[in-house]
Ligand binder design. Structure first.
Ligand SMILES: Nc1ncnc2c1ncn2[C@@H]1O[C@H](COP(=O)(O)OP(=O)(O)O)[C@@H](O)[C@H]1O
Ligand SMILES: [Mg+2]
Length: 375
């Protein structure tokens, strides 16, 4: 069994780590010679996943193909499907998720709660939307947005021109009501070909500079009603999309316990890294199980609480993450070094997960451990 992964970053690396124990081979398509994932498998093709001939060459000896980011051109995935290659998620899902407007519109039509939004073609569209919904609003590029890079908050009419100017280069725009959320929450879920679904625990995510920084998972973090509602929404999305594999879903939880879906990630997700040690079956292993139509693994937590903290680059440097003794002195504490050659501000270099019964204790240790690593 050879599984192809488009991309060679940390998500691909952790997919491989999760499932080589089953005896599967993994093949990577990446531009970079020593990519985080390329280092942990012997099957590597140097190439560009947006180049059709590279893709077709890559797919030749793969039994099934998956991906680690949604910015790949869905038409290229379609081309592989026409050659009867199995690719999960399917091109149809990639196409939908790639464009935040289509994504939200599809969710709305499926009666899934989302923040009010509108398509933006010019300044007047924003003025009209803000009149109906009041400021602030958030302007978003429909495509190629990540880590907040495609977003611009508009507090009043005088911000509009700057917002359009900032985001225009990324493509078409949309506008959303600004949600004064209580918490940002996320969930991962997995569905196999048979339609079996497992939903991972609902977690709280804390972003720093628009980048996921901390993830809190705990058995009693949320009211049962909220967990039930999140599970219902999640299952509905998976079924609507006829989805195969792991999906990450970002949501807002408002002060009056309303849940709004913010965005879908058709892949394993940073908010689910804690599942490697924090759940009986990780999001990575369950993704591989799902695309191969194997029975799904148990997604319950292995301890009362888990806290994941990202190791995000703070400066340009050649990171030295060799000495992990300070971190590893703590029990039930796990560190993942993605082996990126260079650290840059905002670059995800690794992560640490701490398991404890008590959430606050786990978070305190996670923060202490993070400070021991200089990147
Ligand atoms: N409608 C909104 N109201 C308030 N905050 C928002 C809204 N949309 C996005 N954000 C904030 O911006 C962050 C990034 O936005 P998101 O749409 O998830 O884009 P990205 O693709 O960059 O992750 C979110 O995690 C959230 O903190
Ligand atoms: Mg997001």
């Amino acid at each position: 069994m050879k599984i192809g992964i488009l991309g060679g970053g940390q998500l691909a690396r952790m997919l491989i780590e999760s499932s080589y124990k089953f005896g599967f081979d993994f093949k990577i398509l990446a531009n970079e010679e020593d990519s985080p994932a390329g280092m942990v498998t012997r099957y590597f093709q140097k190439g560009d996943y947006n180049n059709e001939s590279d893709l077709i060459e890559f797919a030749k000896d793969c039994d099934v193909i998956t991906l680690e980011n949604e910015f790949i051109d869905y038409k290229k995935i379609e081309a592989l499907e026409k050659l009867n290659k199995k690719v999960y998620p399917r091109s149809k899902v990639i196409k939908l998720v790639q464009d935040k407007f289509f994504q939200k519109d599809t969710l709305l039509k499926a009666e899934i709660p989302v923040a009010d939004f509108v398509k933006v073609e010019n300044k007047e569209d924003i003025i009209k939307f803000a009149k109906e919904h009041s400021y602030p609003v958030i302007l978003k590029s429909r495509t190629m947005g990540y880590d907040g890079k495609g977003n611009y908050k508009i507090d009043s009419e005088s911000d509009i021109e700057e917002g359009i100017k900032t985001l225009k280069a990324r493509g078409e725009l949309m506008c959303e009501k600004f949600i004064n959320f209580d918490k940002e929450i996320a969930v991962q879920a997995v569905r196999n070909h048979k339609g079996e679904i497992e939903v991972f625990p609902v977690v709280e995510t804390v972003q720093k500079n628009h980048i996921c920084n901390i993830v809190r998972a705990s058995k009693n973090l949320f009211d049962e009603k909220i967990v039930k509602k999140v599970n219902e929404i999640t299952k509905k999305i998976l079924e609507q999309l006829n989805y195969t594999g792991v999906i990450g879903i970002e949501m807002f939880l408002t002060k009056n316990n309303e849940i709004l879906v913010n965005e879908l990630a058709p892949r394993v997700h940073n908010s689910g890294h804690y599942t490697i040690e924090g759940c009986y079956t990780s999001q990575f292993e369950n993704h591989i199980r799902a695309i191969l139509d194997l029975p799904l693994g148990n997604t319950e937590m292995t301890s009362g609480s888990a806290v994941m903290i990202n190791i995000i680059g703070e400066k340009e440097s050649e990171p030295d993450m060799e000495d992990l003794s300070g971190v590893l002195r703590n029990e039930k504490t796990y560190v993942h070094n993605y082996r990126k050659k260079k650290s840059l501000p905002g670059r995800k270099m690794g992560h640490i997960t701490v398991l404890r019964d008590n959430l606050n204790e786990a978070e305190k240790i996670a923060n202490e451990c993070r400070r021991m690593i200089d990147v």
